[in-house]
Design a protein around this ligand. Structure first.
Ligand SMILES: Cc1cc2nc3c(=O)[nH]c(=O)nc-3n(C[C@H](O)[C@H](O)[C@H](O)COP(=O)(O)O)c2cc1C
Length: 387
C-alpha cells in the first residue's frame, strides 16, 4: 500500500508523485515523447487554448456524466488507452488499472505489448475489456491474437495504425530501457535509490511481452522497447490488410492513431465502427498536430456515421468537456493512468476520481446538466453562442 494519496488533488500531482517514486529511466519512458517533444507539448497547448462560454440559471444539481457509445450507455465518458510495458511501473499494473477502471464502469484497453497475457487479464478482471492490436508482420499470428481476444470476451478490437515504426524517443535511447530488462550499472543504481520499486519488480518477476512472446521471443534482448516493438510490426500494412482484419473480427472495431480526415472517411467506408483520434501522446510523429486540433476536420468528414474517440494530452476534466464540444464521444487517458499506477490500484482509482470530479464540476459551472448535451456552442468562437 502507498500512503498519503489523499494529498494528491490533480493529475499533475500524480505525475510529480510518479517522478519521485519511479527510477528516472522508467518515469521518462512513460512521460517522454519523440524527438523535440513538440507534439507532446502541443497536445496540452491545444486544450489550453480553448475557451468556454458557459450558461447560468440551469438546473445543474445532478450532473450526468453518462454517454451513448454504440448500442450502450457508458456511465462515464472515459476509456483507458492501451499502454504496453506497464509492469515496469507496478507489478501486474494491467490488473490494477483494469480493476480500478471496471469499478467505475470504464472500459480498459489491453495492449498487444502488455506484460500480462490477454487470457490471464480476462480471468482476473470483471469489467469491459477491449483489446488493442499492433499489426505484426505475420498475419497468421495476428489472426490468432484476434481470435484469442474474441475467445476471452474482449468486446472491442482497437487496431493501432500509427506505429509503422517506432518514434525516436531520445530519452529512452539515452536511458537504455529495454524489455526483457538488461540491467546496466545505471539501472542497478536506480534500483538501489528506489528500493520500494525495485523490491516490487523483483517479486513480480521479469517483465515479458506475454501476448507476443512466441512471436518475438527474447533473442534480441537489449533493444530498446520501441526498437523491439517496431522491428516486429508490419510497416507495409495497407487498406487491404485492414480489410482482412475487419473480416476476422465480427465485433466492434475501432482504428486508433488516425489524424487525417481523409483517412478517417476511408476507414469508415472500409468498415471501422469507430475512429480513435490520437497522435500516440506525442510518442510517434513529432510535429504532428495536436489531437484536439485534428478533431474538428475528422468530425466533419465522419459526419456522425461512427463515434469518435480521442486521446493525447488529456489531464483535466475540462479537457474531456472540450473534446466533447468538438465532437468526441469518449476520451482516452494514457499517461494520467500510468502516473496513478505508480501507486497501484489505489493510485489509478485516485486519478480516475479526480478526472470524473473535475468533469462533474465543469458541467455544473458551465451550466450543462448532461455531458452528452455538450456541443460546439460551449466553445467561444467555435459554436453558435459567441456574442
Ligand atoms: C507508456 C506508454 C505505452 C504506450 N503503449 C501503447 C500501446 O502499446 N499501444 C497503443 O496503441 N498505444 C500505446 N500508447 C499510447 C496511448 O495509447 C495513448 O495514445 C497516449 O498515451 C495518449 O496520450 P496521453 O498519454 O497524453 O494521454 C502508449 C503510451 C504510453 C505513455
Amino acid at each position: 500500500m502507498v500512503g498519503g494519496l489523499h494529498r494528491l488533488i490533480s493529475v499533475d500531482d500524480y505525475r510529480r508523485f510518479a517522478r519521485r517514486r519511479l527510477p528516472k529511466s522508467v518515469f521518462e519512458f512513460v512521460d517522454g515523447g519523440a524527438l523535440d517533444e513538440l507534439t507532446l507539448a502541443d497536445n496540452r497547448a491545444g486544450f489550453d487554448r480553448l475557451r468556454l462560454l458557459g450558461r447560468v440559471l440551469r438546473d445543474v444539481s445532478a450532473p450526468d456524466l453518462s454517454v451513448g457509445l454504440w448500442d450502450k450507455t457508458q456511465p462515464t465518458p472515459l476509456v483507458v488507452s492501451p499502454m504496453g510495458s506497464n509492469t515496469l511501473i507496478w507489478p501486474q499494473a494491467e490488473v490494477a488499472i483494469a480493476r480500478a477502471a471496471a469499478a467505475r464502469g470504464i472500459p480498459y484497453t489491453l495492449s498487444t505489448m502488455s506484460t500480462i497475457g490477454l487470457d490471464r487479464l480476462a480471468r482476473q478482471v470483471d469489467g469491459e475489456l477491449w483489446f488493442q492490436l499492433y499489426v505484426l508482420k505475420d498475419y497468421d499470428f495476428n489472426r490468432k491474437l484476434v481470435q484469442r481476444a474474441a475467445e476471452f470476451g474482449y468486446s472491442t478490437l482497437v487496431v493501432t495504425v500509427d506505429l509503422q515504426t517506432g518514434g525516436k524517443r531520445e530519452r529512452d535511447l539515452r536511458n537504455g530501457i529495454s524489455i526483457p530488462l538488461r540491467l546496466s550499472l545505471r539501472h542497478v543504481l536506480e534500483g538501489l535509490t528506489h528500493p520500494g520499486w525495485a523490491l516490487r519488480l523483483v517479486r513480480g518477476g521479469a517483465p515479458q511481452f506475454e501476448n507476443v512472446r512466441d512471436y518475438i521471443g527474447s533473442t534480441n534482448a537489449g533493444l530498446t522497447i520501441a526498437a523491439r516493438v517496431a522491428a516486429s510490426l508490419d510497416d507495409a500494412m495497407a487498406m487491404e490488410d485492414f480489410a482482412r482484419i475487419r473480416d476476422w473480427w465480427k465485433g466492434r472495431l475501432v482504428v486508433k492513431g488516425v489524424m487525417h480526415a481523409s483517412d478517417a472517411a476511408d476507414l469508415v467506408a472500409a468498415g471501422a465502427d469507430g475512429i480513435w483520434v490520437s497522435n500516440h501522446g506525442g510518442r510517434q510523429l513529432d510535429s504532428a498536430l495536436s489531437s484536439i486540433d485534428a478533431l474538428p476536420a475528422i468530425r466533419d468528414a465522419v459526419a456522425g456515421r461512427v463515434p469518435l474517440l480521442l486521446d493525447s494530452g488529456v489531464r483535466r476534466g475540462m479537457d474531456v468537456i472540450k473534446a466533447r464540444a468538438l465532437g468526441a464521444s469518449v476520451v482516452g487517458l494514457g499517461r494520467a493512468i500510468a502516473y496513478g499506477a505508480a501507486a497501484g490500484e489505489a493510485g489509478v482509482a485516485g486519478v480516475l476520481d479526480i478526472v470524473l470530479d473535475e468533469i462533474a464540476n465543469g458541467l455544473k459551472l458551465a451550466g450543462i446538466p448532461r455531458y452528452r448535451d455538450i456541443d460546439a456552442g460551449l466553445l467561444a468562437g467555435h459554436g453558435g453562442v459567441s456574442q
